[in-house]
Design a binder for this molecule. Structure first.
Ligand code: NAP
Length: 409
């Protein structure tokens, strides 16, 4: 059983891991705290960017000789593979660590069997300390790696009467500046931002990660993805401005589903192969309905403004095709449960996750992950980059700000 000091160290390691959100893909976020033999904190670290040192390496360097005979507290099972930085298990053994406390086992077979290697070297290993909390912090990566496609967050902004755009199709300024700042934080934590061609034609958004007030760009930009069956994104669309990488995902390239539209599952698998683990779906109503109909939304983050429009676009809409087949027609309600509700400026921000059919499993996030992610990826689904390493990166903080741009919430 973990001691009080180890439990406290794990809490800290989970917080440290969060600093890597948005910059570690295709690797997980990870934090590590080293306690000396008297259980005093002597080292700490987190994985800051893919290709950079792993959390254990940073924390061991910080601790130096004081690590000998001590305990390493890690949020995810230490890697046992060579990767770009060598196995962390070897570093822990060489540093003379006596005990390793782990929150979550690594589901990625390419990372090796860190716990077993440590035990074989005579190190005491304890698994499962603050497991649910650590899994929550790594939910996108854990979900993506277990099933082979990215974790999808649908971000939607609406009025109190559920309108996401006015009758003239405009949707700018539905929510406040504070909410838009928050959205840029979400973008910074995502590896890809997905919209449909309808939103490009209506709003011409930039989809960059930037300071809302002065427009300055974050150092790291997410991949911009336009789902565009017939390749109708205009040559002068802002998403083609070169400020970030853009993928115009056409039906020809991705393939089509039974409805004749871009196959969204194939799109997500393609994104996974490109190293995307967390994707942010930013609309509009047709594409959102397509994702929801296909069961491809893992989480909804909504911003609701205290405004009433009386008319305009709903958050979801289907599109009838000439052959009568509809897209995005939900045949039965999708039940969700709120996991967080908070005020962002004058607006409400809610987070909700779909409830799958087994109510008994609702209470446990781990069970939730299992329900959402039934497939362990086959070797073939793991990219060469991921196989080669399980490394670390650091997120770029987004400053608060106010650059107005049509159509971007
Ligand atoms: N308030 C908000 O949060 C928010 C966010 C975004 C947008 N909006 C508003 O939404 C409006 C635009 O909505 P929209 O529905 O026209 O745009 P959209 O959902 O972004 O794009 C829809 C288009 O995506 C393409 N698509 C390709 N594969 C698809 C698939 N499998 N499922 C669904 N769509 C697929 C279709 O065009 P092809 O058939 O040509 O491929 C479809 O017409 C604008 O008024 C905008 O301001 C609001």
């Amino acid at each position: 059983m973990a001691s009080r000091a180890e439990d406290e160290a794990m809490r800290h390691a989970i917080a440290l891991a969060g600093f890597g959100l948005g910059t570690t893909s295709p690797n997980p976020v990870m934090g590590c705290v080293i306690l000396d033999s008297q259980e005093r904190v002597v080292g700490e670290g987190f994985h800051a960017y893919a290709g950079g040192p792993h959390a254990e390496i940073v924390a061991l360097a910080h601790a130096g000789e004081r690590a000998k005979g001590g305990t390493a507290v890690v949020t995810l099972e230490s890697c046992d593979s060579m990767g770009r930085t060598g196995p962390c298990t070897r570093a822990l053994i060489q540093a003379g660590i006596r005990r390793v406390v782990i929150a979550v086992s690594d589901p990625n077979p390419a990372a090796g069997h860190g716990a077993a290697t440590l035990r074989a070297a005579g190190i005491e290993v304890e698994l499962g300390v603050r497991e649910e909390e650590a899994a929550t912090g790594n939910v996108a990566w854990l979900t993506a790696v277990r099933r082979g496609w990215p974790y999808v967050t649908w971000r939607v902004a609406s009025t109190l009467d559920g309108r996401t755009a006015a009758v003239d199709n405009s949707s700018e300024w539905i929510t406040s500046e504070a909410a838009r700042i928050d959205v840029h934080q979400l973008r910074g934590e995502a590896d890809a931002i997905i919209i449909g061609v309808g939103t490009v034609l209506a709003d011409n958004p930039r989809l960059t990660v930037r300071n809302v007030r002065d427009g300055s760009l974050a150092i790291r930009q997410s991949l911009r993805v336009v789902v565009d069956g017939d390749g109708e994104t205009p040559p002068d669309a802002r998403v083609r401005d070169g400020l970030a990488e853009t993928w115009i995902a056409t039906a020809k390239e991705v393939g089509t589903g039974p409805d004749g539209l871009v196959d969204l599952r194939a799109l997500l698998r393609g994104l996974y192969q490109r190293g995307v683990r967390a994707a942010l779906l930013e609309g509009g109503p047709t594409l959102a309905a397509g994702f929801l109909s296909a069961g491809l939304v893992d989480r909804v983050i909504g911003y609701m403004a205290p405004k009433l429009l009386g008319a305009g676009r709903a958050a979801l809409s289907g599109k009838e095709l000439s052959n009568g087949v509809g897209v995005g027609i939900l045949r039965e309600p999708i039940d969700l449960e709120f996991t967080e509700i908070t005020l962002v400026g004058p607006d409400i921000r809610y987070t909700a996750v779909p409830i799958r059919r087994s109510p008994a499993a609702r209470t446990s996030l781990t069970a939730h992950l299992e329900r959402m992610t039934p497939q362990v990826p086959r070797e073939a689904d793991i990219s060469a980059e991921e196989r080669a390493s399980s490394e670390i990166m650091r997120g770029v903080p987004i400053r608060t700000g106010t650059t107005k741009e049509k159509g971007e919430e």
